[in-house]
Design a protein around this ligand. Structure first.
Ligand code: LLP
Length: 444
């Protein structure tokens, strides 16, 4: 079905700075994304619903490709994955980072070339490894010593699997403690400082069924500064030089992970991709020259920065409660489709759409429908004073780590995903229904 685009209104540019580039204000408080009015999406597909702007995702993939012409750009599937997303990423020439047999199978069965896929994970099950080997995944990133023998055994005699080693470079960066993965006191990777990484490299090089193609690190997520990446890069080059000195082996690849920060609200800092790409390239070339190493093929693994700003969550207001000084605006979703405010204290900027309100704004807390007081989607936000049940709220920057982290809490059911592109809306993932729950629940 094609929905006609309504005439455009002058854009309130600053306010919409974190929205997809295709976002256009419409008369009477409306908003269109990808040429489709959000009110029409809510009416046609119901709420809560996640809207994904295909053009924004593709545009972001292209921006990465342009910024890194001589590097591999691997989209981190954990941020959001669906078959359409797999296709867009494939068509735009990116690779894919996955961390389970589930993500891997979805990608490969959608036609993604397995050799362009990297498998991560601090604890890979036998099922994950078997799927990776059966489907012919490009690289497996080894994250703990015990994996070396397990992967070699699973490869079997005569086989050979390309692997990398995940290194902890000892760098602390990231938007929240729970997503800082470059320092020693967390579960991922093998340490540079205690010799764990070097020891793993020695064992892998002695294992004929494994081909060590390079080193990997991922220092954290939602990082808006270039500097921590440069520090990590220098340390990784240092380790590559030590491996060359000890083993006479020059590793051809270096994967610096993802974590590129984005703004969730107007005015928040984001990683400057152009500066990041330029400074990483310079650091890599200079560092390798100083160490007497050939420049390895660089890889980066953005997830959030590819899909986050392309998504908008739409909720219907179910209840408005004035309690003392507080105004609670309760919507038909909540922590089951967006656990991020509760987990990381992320602040979203919801906005009323589809109605122009003459009322002055007032401070409100947008809460979900789940059975706990911590089910808050956005606290201390400015919403029109006359907000009432039936109103539609839209939350921008909802494309990454919302649906992929959605739960079955309270059997509310996970929302649908709708793609918008050039004035057309289409369903990508249908809403989870009671029938889905019933079908899985097979005991009596
Ligand atoms: N590569 C590896 C090995 C990763 O573990 C991750 C994310 C990425 C790449 C992509 O990072 P990104 O560019 O998306 O920041 N649930 C958290 C984020 C967890 C990130 C986990 N690893 C959140 O909602 O903020």
């Amino acid at each position: 079905m094609t929905i006609a685009v309504l005439p455009e209104m002058p854009a309130a540019a600053g306010e919409l700075s974190v929205w997809p580039a295709s976002t256009r204000p419409l008369p009477h408080g409306g908003l269109a994304v990808g040429g489709v009015p959000l009110t029409e999406i809510a009416e046609r597909f119901g709420t809560p619903v996640y809207v994904l702007d295909e053009g924004e995702v593709r545009g972001r993939c292209r921006t990465y490709r342009d910024a890194f012409p001589d590097a591999d750009v691997l989209y981190a599937a954990k941020a959001f994955l669906s078959r359409a997303m797999v296709r867009w990423v494939e068509e735009e020439g990116l690779g894919l980072g996955v961390c389970s047999a589930g993500e891997l199978e979805l990608a490969v069965t959608t036609g993604f070339p397995p050799e362009r896929i990297v498998l991560h994970g601090n604890a890979k099950s036998l099922h994950d490894l078997e799927a990776a080997l059966r489907l012919g995944v490009g690289r497996i990133v080894i994250d703990s010593p015990s994996e070396i023998a397990r992967i070699a055994a699973a490869v079997g005699p005569g086989g050979r699997q390309k692997v990398m080693v995940r290194v902890v470079p000892g760098v602390s960066a990231g938007g929240h403690d729970k997503i800082r993965t470059g320092r020693e006191d967390q579960k991922f990777g093998l340490s540079l400082t205690d010799g764990g990484a070097q020891h793993a490299v020695t064992r892998i090089l002695g294992q004929p069924r494994l081909e060590l193609t390079g080193l990997h690190c991922h220092i954290g997520s939602q990082i808006s500064e270039v500097k921590p990446y440069l520090v990590a890069l220098r340390r990784m080059i240092g380790l590559m030089a030590r491996i060359r000195d000890t083993h006479g082996v020059v590793l051809p690849e270096l994967d610096m992970g993802g974590g590129h920060g984005i703004a969730y609200q107007p005015g928040e800092p984001a990683l400057d991709l152009t500066a990041f790409a330029r400074r990483m390239r310079t650091e890599l070339v200079d560092g390798c020259a100083a160490a007497g190493l050939p420049v390895p093929r660089l890889a980066v693994e953005p997830g959030r920065a590819v899909v986050g700003p392309a998504g908008v969550a739409l909720y219907r207001v179910l209840a408005v409660k004035h309690t003392g000084e507080n105004v609670f605006v309760a919507v038909d979703g909540g922590m089951s489709d967006n656990p991020r405010p509760a987990l990381y204290g992320v602040r979203y900027a919801p906005r009323l759409v589809g109605r122009h309100s003459p009322a002055a704004p007032r401070t409100a807390t947008v809460v979900g429908r789940h059975c706990e007081a911590g089910d808050i989607l956005a606290s201390d936000v400015q919403l029109p004073g006359d907000i009432h049940p039936g109103d539609l709220l839209a939350v921008p920057v909802a494309g990454a780590y919302l649906l992929s982290m959605a739960s079955g809490y309270n059997l509310v059911g996970r929302p649908a995903v709708v793609a918008v592109h050039e004035g057309t809306a289409r369903l990508l993932v249908r809403r989870e229904t009671l029938e889905d729950h019933r079908r899985r629940d097979i005991g009596v």
